[in-house]
Design a protein around this ligand. Sequence first.
Ligand code: NAG
Ligand code: NAG
Ligand code: NAG
Length: 360
Amino acid sequence: MLNWLLHFAQMFLRGCDANIHTFTPLIKGCFMRGKLYEALDLWKLMIQDGCEPNVVAYNTLIHGLCSNGSLEEALQVCDQMQRSGCLPNVTTYSILIDGFAKSGDLVGASETWNRMISHGCRPNVVTYTCMVDVLCKNSMFDQANSLVEKMTLEGCTPNTMTFNTFIKGLCGNGRVEWAMKLLERMQGHGCLPNITTYNELLDALFRMNKYEEAFGLFQEIEARNLQPNLVTYNTVLYGFSRAGMMGEALQLFGKALVRGTAPDSITYNTMIHAYCKQGKVKIAAQLVERVSSMKEWHPDIITYTSLIWGACNWMNIEEAMAFLDKAINQGICPNFATWNALVRCFFRLFRSYGTNSYSG
Ligand SMILES: *[C@@H]1O[C@H](CO)[C@@H](O)[C@H](O)[C@H]1NC(C)=O
Ligand SMILES: *[C@@H]1O[C@H](CO)[C@@H](O)[C@H](O)[C@H]1NC(C)=O
Ligand SMILES: *[C@@H]1O[C@H](CO)[C@@H](O)[C@H](O)[C@H]1NC(C)=O
């Protein structure tokens, strides 16, 4: 609050130009904290003060509105900007196209693109990448491919972001073979893949049970001296556990720890799920105890659902109920998946009673 007052006091002491420089970061800050109305109030205040917003100020407002999903309002601001003689630049159009891309709105993105061209503004690599994104979100991969070729012809070199966007789109659509080809092609463009590129590909390969390719790719990361991050470790752990390779999973878990990558709840839950799937429910429960006693992590409903599922499958319903009790005592609320696991457990129990009475 005090900060605010201080800013205000300063603003009224300065001239208009200084005000824009003070207002713009303030407006940006409001947007970043999700305070849409405060940001708009500040904008009004700035205008009332007689300040002419510059392109940086307009772009900040447009970006904030787009982040809030208020695309219509963002377009209106762009119109108003043009009317007041402050020409939207390539950043303005990229922000708008990115806004449309985030919601997969191809029509909105294309209209903005055309408007940009008709105003004589040349797209840059960011603008092209946003268009690749919206095309991918609409599963128009051939068109995305053509656009990447077109930008190259027009002297705008695609970068890692462009290829990552394309690869992510393909992977999300199960087109992992095509995505793997792009990994090669991007290097032909002198564009190096980074760990994000590999993470996308690994995730897609594992989801499609292409273990060999995935493990090969994981080795390529090491060979390239790229540092795997937490997402990489979690993705590969998930892969190992899907493939039933618990030994490898444990080794990798150890490696992540040694390299100073702190596990998160996804890491722990992946390990616990893997143990439970293998029938090693006791070990899973011990891991939960040990890690949560170190206060590094608190088990959640996903953890307990794995344990309950494991107990149902490999132990008995009493053990499963004990885990449920424990969860509830810790204030963890069971969800649909938890009840589903338990119901299956009861069904199995009933079925075995039924069989007994029938045969007896
Ligand atoms: C467009 O405006 C932004 C401010 O948001 C500025 O950083 C950028 O340099 C401008 N770009 C061009 C090409 O003038
Ligand atoms: C937009 O801002 C309003 C007001 O702050 C907020 O209620 C709404 O959730 C925001 N929408 C998005 C998509 O962020
Ligand atoms: C990888 O490149 C993308 C651009 O597509 C960038 O946003 C991301 O931060 C980079 N990741 C790392 C870990 O450097």
